[in-house]
Design a protein around this ligand. Sequence first.
Ligand code: PMP
Length: 436
Amino acid sequence: MTRSSPGPPPERARSRELIRRARRLIPGGVNSPVRAFSAVGGDPVFIARGRGSRLFDVDGNEYIDFLGSWGPLILGHAAEPVVAAIQKAAREGTTFGAPTPHEVDLAGLVTEAFPSIEKVRMVSSGTEATLSALRLARAATGRDLIVKLEGCYHGHVDALLVKAGSGLLALGIPASPGVPETVARQTLTAAFNDAAALERLFAEHGPRIACLIMEPVAGNMGVVPPAPGYLQAAREITRRHGSLLILDEVMTGFRLAPGGAQQLYGVRADITTLGKVIGGGLPVGAYGGPADLMQRIAPEGPVYQAGTLSGNPLAMAAGAETLRQLRAPGFYERLERMGATLETGLAQAARDAGAAATINRVGSMMTLFFTASPVTDLASATRCDTRRYAAFFHRMLDRGVSLPPSQFEAFFLSAAHTDDDLQATIRAAGEALAEA
Ligand code: PMP
């Protein structure tokens, strides 16, 4: 249950002790930067377990969770059918380095949902998916340059750590040391939602551009939906210049609709990258497209890409069971209704508190931006009051609501959230905002 103000802040002594130890053993004490709370201050909370919509930390505090492990947990924590599928697969052996039926099962579910995907290759993370997609696009076009959009994040691929979102935005670093200048120079960038900028970039460099890679709905500068016609423009411009369009649906695939943003907005990618939901909480990524493109990949073709644990049976079983659960009648409609309830409630809470806020939402992904102006691209996102977000984040955490620890990330709803969870969250937000 959420706690009401002005109760004493929850005790987190064991989390504090663990992060002290972790910092001696692991860079920053974490295995992925945004978990360290650098953008909001304070110490991260160590999690003991999750169940449904709830997280329980190592000190026994309970939270309504809207982080959802950064997107995969569309069914909530420890969803019974997924846990059962993992247990069954584990008893049969954890990895073979040889094909198993689970891979064919998941590949079938993915290609059924995405008309743009005839063949799909499984990898173990979103990063692996996007780096492999870039290699394929360069091989297929014989061109070197790539275009990415400012504020989009596609994992920690060298070529894609240029004006990237997510952890780089949270830490305020424009690009990473260690990426060779020669690699960074191959990446051109344009603002999100600016079709004219894409036109100009392609007019100048078109014959050398292998691909445009983009999040169709940006989630890594906070949620920023595509303006009407923008995805269609990206599709048309890339096609006209003989470049490939890579839609990175690591976050949006099976979250916004079974066929991802492509289904929602009626656009078709040349290569689609997937991750998060398709692994059901285990490490999975994937990239896919038409058969004639995918046949360039080894061993059918010469484009090399491989992985010891690719298509891991536990991960495939978890993903396949998750995708089956999404077929329940009304699944996405219910997520949409819950998203609308939360959006409306948070907007009202912000108005009541006189807080300047803009909420962007697409289905079960949303961001509450602390700015009165519309957020349509990286420039408008970074005009937000990030200190106000940090204060809000901690006040919510202290009231038993776990939000992403950065202004530039998405809240994720899951099927495990209840109406009571949403109402408790809206009440907590009302109090937290009023304190500012
Ligand atoms: N693409 C997108 C759109 C993402 O949101 C992310 C991760 N948040 C990635 C790629 C990278 O995925 P991973 O963290 O699994 O490498």
